[in-house]
Design a protein around this ligand. Structure first.
Ligand SMILES: [Zn+2]
Length: 470
């Protein structure tokens, strides 16, 4: 067994939550100080397997299984000590201190992968400052990138012709293909990225593992990413995490923005704890990665409808990770601007204001159901309550779930109350026929945003009291 620095094992234990690591395999419920579940080491129907997060160990009162985060990983995944450490280190986003003992072929393949990506990154970087890269350079400078930023984030330019497929001819074709930088065509290999502004994607240790390329000729999609490879999994990789990791730890929170340019601008303007998912979809793995350091996340979305939708989605994904000491918040950049634009027009202070005005997860969910359902009606309230019930069930800490339910019970559904006040319209309006009424009810139920714009008019028709909501 290789010797590992005790500090390293301690750091792993500090950065990772035992409840999370075990919770991935065993559903846990908090009772008292401990979490409980059915033991993964013997067959049982009633939980006698307890997990003590604070002390960092698990104990089964049925079979006596006992251990910590490392032995749990070794015993459930049937791997040896160093593999378990490696897995946990990857989860925590920290580097293994000693040389890993992988098979020579594996090491060679990985080296080749990383070498090719590294070499490609350097070539792209060089090309950005040549005539060929002028479009890309102008574009990124126009977005407010200084040369220092371009250097730090290693931005580059992928040319119109085959760079990798052409210039990297001494490397085995299968190795080039493995990186996703080349594809095989009828006439041999060709480059996947052409005429693109290139953003390298780094792993948690800062190694280039993939790229994101932005189109420069207005062609859609605006961004293409390396398709998943053996070393790169989009759903598990967050852009900017390698730069943000220490800040997330120090500031005890992370900020999630929608785009990678936003993430870079945020990091360079005093919000070093900012990251962005690749593409639009946020995954559980992204949240799990962020939660390794702490569970305080501020999601920052555009203030438009798409941003609200994305926030609602994020809300559903983050709920299982929420603990009684989590602070999950939602900030909305209003006026259709993204963080990048806010930083340019209002500076870091303008952005700070938006972050300071963020709403808590509990308030966000509350606002969401009030906007989504027609809560002035019994049917709408039922829908809202059912939705909240379903969402809150995702919270693994049952005590916390209960407390949030109680909190919601205290609140009254707010929106649409103005309808009631205006039950008696001052102007006598013509009767609305049944089809029109049904149409209006449909619109109100399905497009509450639109309906809210015409709330006064709809109220004057009094459809909320005369109609059953379907
Ligand atoms: Zn057991």
């Amino acid at each position: 067994m290789a010797k590992y620095d005790n500090n390293f094992v301690d750091e792993l234990r500090a950065r990772l939550s035992l409840v999370d690591v075990i919770g991935r395999r065993v559903p846990l419920v908090k009772k008292g100080q401990n979490y409980w579940g059915c033991c993964p080491f013997h067959n049982e129907k009633t939980p006698s397997f307890s997990v003590n997060e604070e002390k960092g160990f698990y104990h089964c009162f049925g079979c006596g299984a006992h251990g910590d985060i490392i032995s749990f990983t070794m015993n459930t995944e049937h791997v040896e000590f160093k593999t378990a450490l490696q897995e946990l280190a990857d989860m925590a986003g920290i580097k293994m201190p000693t040389v890993q003992q992988k098979s020579p072929e594996r090491v060679a393949a990985e080296n080749s992968y990383f070498d090719i990506c590294e070499k490609a990154c350097s070539e792209y970087q060089k090309l950005l400052f040549t005539d060929a890269g002028a479009d890309a350079l102008n574009y990124i400078r126009g977005r407010g990138f200084t040369d220092d930023m371009i250097k730090k984030y290693r931005l580059g330019y992928a040319p119109k012709n085959n760079l990798i497929a052409g210039k990297f001819g001494d490397i085995k074709q299968e190795n080039l293909l493995a990186t996703g930088l080349c594809r095989r065509g009828e006439y041999g290999l060709y480059d996947f990225f052409r005429h693109k502004l290139m953003f390298p994607i780094f792993d948690a240790h800062g190694k280039v593992i993939a790229f994101s390329g932005r189109s420069l000729d207005g062609s859609e999609p605006k961004y293409i990413n390396t398709t998943d490879t053996e070393m790169f999994h989009k759903r598990m990789t967050i852009f900017g995490f390698n730069f943000a990791r220490d800040e997330i730890y120090k500031k005890n929170r992370s900020i999630v923005v929608e785009g990678q340019i936003d993430a870079i601008q945020m990091q360079c303007n005093g919000f070093g704890e900012t990251v962005a998912p690749l593409g639009t979809a946020l995954t559980e793995d992204h949240i799990a990665l962020l939660c390794k350091s702490n569970r305080n996340i501020i999601f920052c979305f555009d203030g438009d409808g798409a941003g609200q939708k994305a926030a609602a989605r994020a809300c559903g994904i983050v709920l299982p990770f929420v603990r009684d000491n989590s602070d999950v918040r939602f900030a909305f950049v209003t006026g259709g601007k993204d963080p990048d634009e806010v930083l340019k027009s209002a500076g870091p202070d303008g952005m700070r204001k938006i972050i300071d005005n963020s709403v808590s997860l509990i308030d966000f969910m509350w606002n969401m159901v009030n906007a989504k359902y027609l809560v002035s009606t019994p049917g709408g309230r039922t829908q809202a309550e059912k939705f909240l019930d379903t969402e809150l069930k995702k919270i693994t800490d049952k005590k916390l779930q209960y407390e949030i339910e109680q909190e919601y019970k205290k609140r009254e559904f707010q929106e649409w109350r103005s309808w009631k006040k205006q039950d008696t319209p001052t102007v006598k309006l013509p009767e609305v026929d049944l089809v029109t009424k049904n149409t209006l009810v449909y619109i109100v139920n399905n497009f509450p945003d639109l309906a809210s714009q015409y709330a006064d008019f709809l109220a004057s028709l009094n459809i909320s009291t005369r109609f059953k909501m379907g």
